[in-house]
Design a protein around this ligand. Structure first.
Ligand code: ZN
Length: 170
């Protein structure tokens, strides 16, 4: 049984800690991953990092609703100890939101394409390329694992604005 967990909000110290690497995947991690996926769905998010539910370990989930124009959408990424091993020189400026900063969006510049190395939930090493919105969401989640929030990276201090509650956030 999966449980929707409480999402920690900006100001909570756990969001500013560098999360610990997962040394060995346990049954507790499987439950944690299931809880993260249902929590992300319940909150209408496109990604969630373990620190956002108060667990300072390097685990993130990303899932964008299937859209033919968005490569990598419609797939649930479970990333354990994820790292960006390569990034494109081309950057893209786009609005981001965060489930830990509800009601706001701001513009962040990020590499358009990245190569991601991680472990999947079975403990297999994986490596893949991501681009566009999926690449952005993965980079946003990896930042969470390092205690970084998108508001630290705005392209300009005034490039942040209020939004309606029902827009998607990660
Ligand atoms: Zn976030």
């Amino acid at each position: 049984m999966s449980t929707v967990r409480k999402i920690r909000m900006i100001g909570d110290p756990v969001l500013r800690k560098k999360a610990k690497k997962v040394a060995k995947l346990t049954r507790d991690h499987q439950k944690l991953i299931d809880d993260m996926v249902v929590t992300m769905h319940a909150a209408n998010g496109v990604g969630l990092a373990a620190p956002q539910i108060g667990v300072s370990e390097r685990i993130a989930v990303v899932e964008l609703e299937l859209d033919e124009k968005v490569p990598g959408s419609g797939q649930t990424y479970v990333l354990i100890n994820p790292e960006i091993s390569q990034m494109s020189p081309e950057q893209d400026e786009h609005a981001e939101g965060c489930l830990s900063i509800p009601g706001w969006q701001g513009e962040v510049a990020r590499p358009l394409r990245v190569t991601v190395k991680a472990m999947d939930r079975k403990g297999n090493r994986i490596k893949f390329e991501a681009e566009g919105h999926v690449a952005r969401a993965i980079q946003h989640e990896i930042d969470h694992l390092d205690g970084v929030l998108y508001v630290d990276k705005l392209i300009a201090p005034d490039r942040i604005w209020r939004i309606q509650d029902n827009e998607s956030e990660d």
